[in-house]
Design a protein. Structure first.
Length: 348
């Protein structure tokens, strides 16, 4: 199969990822399950040809120095693809994420209305968190799409690489790709503050300087939407504070307490019937009580507030609801829960 045929097949089968590597079969991830294409493993030469084909489609020279490269491919009337090319055991390999052109309807993805309320925020810091592959990018794309449909503002997205393409509607949307349009997240974030943004989508807060700059941007009246690879609001808050030196952590707590608006944490869980994945969401909207707990370094008490406040939901409560609705198995629930013992008691 040519690389174009593989990409087309992945789109037709609604695959989320494509795996290319010498010594194993070509594989697709469909509804969270890896499916192998045929019985024959591809050779080193075939893997190299397929990866070279990806570079040709991207009209991009092969990156030889670091052996790791991320870049997008757009095929008209088909889809966009996010390529991560690398070497394994001395041979070329790649993992390709399939990204459809259209922004999906958040109803079809079971994204709660409480999450979509983020589109009404005007300033501060909003975080969408979860492990890799949990759908954070798609959730943020849906939020930006909701803003685009109803508000007149300037939105700047900083991504590596760009996944979902947004078309101007009521808003103007400037999408910048790291390494192609700018040197780094930090450089782009500092520059975009001079580009009259109302909303900045920062695809990832990777280090202390980027987190610090994002918080400063939120402090100056912008809405900053970003991600962290954490599960749960408490872990997210602690992660941000921990990147600061000990002498600056109390100041960071005060600043974060003032700026933070919402933390959404999500996981994708295997459905009980029919295959596919369904999301579990933890939603924390920052209120006066949570601000005081962040400021006083009592984040361990935040879960109690989430679980007892209208409009919020804890991760384990969300997982329990999925089991009660017959969407996931108890085994899946216990594997994903923050407190498996509590979930088991609630369901057994």
């Amino acid at each position: 199969m040519t690389i174009q045929e593989i990409l087309k097949l992945a789109v037709e089968k609604n695959a989320s990822d494509i795996f290319i590597g010498a010594g194993r079969q070509l594989s697709l991830k469909i509804n969270g399950v890896i499916t192998r294409l045929g019985d024959r493993a591809i050779t080193m030469t075939e893997a190299e040809e397929l990866v070279h084909g990806l570079y040709k489609l991207a009209k991009r020279p092969i990156k030889q120095s670091t052996r790791d490269d991320d870049f997008p491919i757009t095929l008209a009337e088909m889809a966009r693809f996010r390529v991560s090319a690398f070497k394994q055991r001395g041979s070329y390999a790649a993992v390709i994420r399939v990204v459809m052109f259209d922004i999906p309807d958040y109803h079809d993805l079971n994204i709660p209305e409480e999450v979509m309320k983020i589109a009404n925020e005007r300033h501060g810091l909003v975080l969408v968190t979860g492990p890799a592959g949990s759908g954070k990018t798609t959730t943020m794309a849906c939020i930006i799409d909701a803003v685009n449909k109803k508000r007149n503002c300037h939105i700047i997205t900083l991504e590596d690489p760009i996944e979902h393409l947004h078309r101007d509607n009521k808003s103007l949307i400037s999408q910048r790709e790291i390494s192609t349009d700018t040197d780094s997240y930090l450089t782009a974030l500092r520059s975009c503050l001079r580009q009259a943004p109302d909303i900045v989508l920062l695809a990832e807060m990777r280090d202390h300087e980027t987190i610090k700059t994002a918080m400063t941007a939120a402090e100056t009246g912008h809405l900053i939407i970003s991600t962290l690879h954490t599960v749960g609001a408490v872990n997210t808050i602690d992660r941000i504070i921990d990147v600061f030196p000990p002498t600056q952590q109390q100041q960071a707590r005060v600043q974060l307490a003032m700026l933070l608006r919402t933390v959404v944490s999500q996981q994708l869980l295997q459905k009980k019937r029919g295959g596919g994945l369904t999301p579990a969401f933890e939603i924390m909207h920052v209120n006066t009580e949570i601000r005081n707990l962040i400021r006083k370094s009592k984040t361990q008490q935040i879960d109690n507030v989430i679980n007892t406040t209208s409009g919020m939901v804890g991760m384990d409560a969300s997982i329990i609801r999925l089991v009660e609705n017959g969407e996931i198995t108890l085994e899946t629930a216990l594997a994903a829960a923050s407190n498996p013992e509590i979930v088991k008691l609630a369901l057994c």
